[in-house]
Design a protein around this ligand. Structure first.
Ligand code: SIN
Ligand code: MN
Length: 277
């Protein structure tokens, strides 16, 4: 899939692009069918909500789940990113966020590149965030919110919040958010399962809790230009990957047909990937 000149311009201006229904219901089903078994596993990659046993996020499923290993190589997702960066990309982070009905907690206002720079020593903001909806996203189940144009600010000051949710995050203060929103407003792309968003590593984003009876499972990926690979292994390897091998795309029908893909962590997470190096 190639982006048009107009889409590239729009990405540069707003910091994101939305592709409603990019994947078909049959393709999405292959992925959603796999999620309960992944969330049921007792492995370090499952981070649970602070209120109980409900999974908030699952890391690195592309290394131990066959359908997600194929999604990680999907040309509809990878090719536009290679086009934007003009070079090969590798998978920096792979997560399946639960945002489960009634239990899904907030994600505070933040930029992802702030963390990649501070923790992982990623040289530049040359990594793309991707969200793929596995459930419908509507105004009630905690849609992802963006401040359009906020990526133009570069890295903003942030403080490390270790108490609001079960997952520590570098968050941006409310005064800064209010100023940015005055200028850019807030948008929340909503749509059917199978929709995809591409968004800039410096785009300021957040989501509220999910008080609705509908799950909002979404896959969040970060694909980094290979020459811009991280320089420090401060976070576990299942959160910030240390394998910089360029992604080789599978054919476009890879979610519906069998293709051979490696599953190196099928029998467990290697010890050296569970801690700081
Ligand atoms: C994230 O920013 O990584 C996740 C946001 C969300 O799941 O809404
Ligand atoms: Mn984020």
């Amino acid at each position: 899939m190639r982006l048009s000149a107009q889409q590239i311009q729009q990405f540069d201006r707003d910091g994101y692009l939305f592709f409603p229904s990019l994947f078909t219901p049959d393709e999405v089903r292959v992925l959603t069918d796999e999620v309960p078994a992944l969330y049921a596993q007792r492995r370090p990659e499952n981070v649970r909500e602070k209120t109980g046993d409900v999974v908030r996020t699952n890391f690195a499923a592309h290394l131990y789940s066959y359908p997600f290993a194929r999604l990680a190589r999907h040309p509809r997702m990878v090719e536009p990113i290679v086009q934007v960066f003009g070079e090969d990309v590798y998978m920096h982070q792979f997560k399946i966020n639960g945002k489960q009905a009634f239990d899904g907690d907030v994600w505070q206002w933040h930029q992802d590149y702030g963390t990649w720079r501070a923790d992982d020593e990623m040289p530049e903001a040359r990594a793309m965030n991707v969200a793929i909806f596995l459930d419908e996203v509507n105004e009630f189940n905690g849609p992802l919110m963006f401040i359009p144009g906020s990526h133009k600010q570069g890295v903003l000051d942030a403080s490390h919040d270790t108490s609001t949710t079960s997952y520590p995050l570098w968050v941006i203060n409310h005064q800064t958010i209010a100023k940015l929103v005055e200028k850019g407003g807030i948008v929340a792309p909503k749509g059917p399962a199978g929709s995809m968003i591409l968004f800039h590593g410096c785009l300021v984003h957040a989501s509220t809790s999910n008080l609705s009876p509908w799950n909002r499972v979404s896959v969040y990926l970060s694909l980094c230009a290979v020459s811009n690979h991280i320089r420090r292994f401060k976070r576990p390897g299942y959160i910030a990957h240390r394998d910089f091998t360029p992604i080789k795309c599978l054919p476009d029908d890879c979610l519906l047909r069998d293709y051979d893909v490696p599953l190196p962590w099928k029998n467990g997470t290697p010890n050296e990937e569970q801690k700081a190096a």
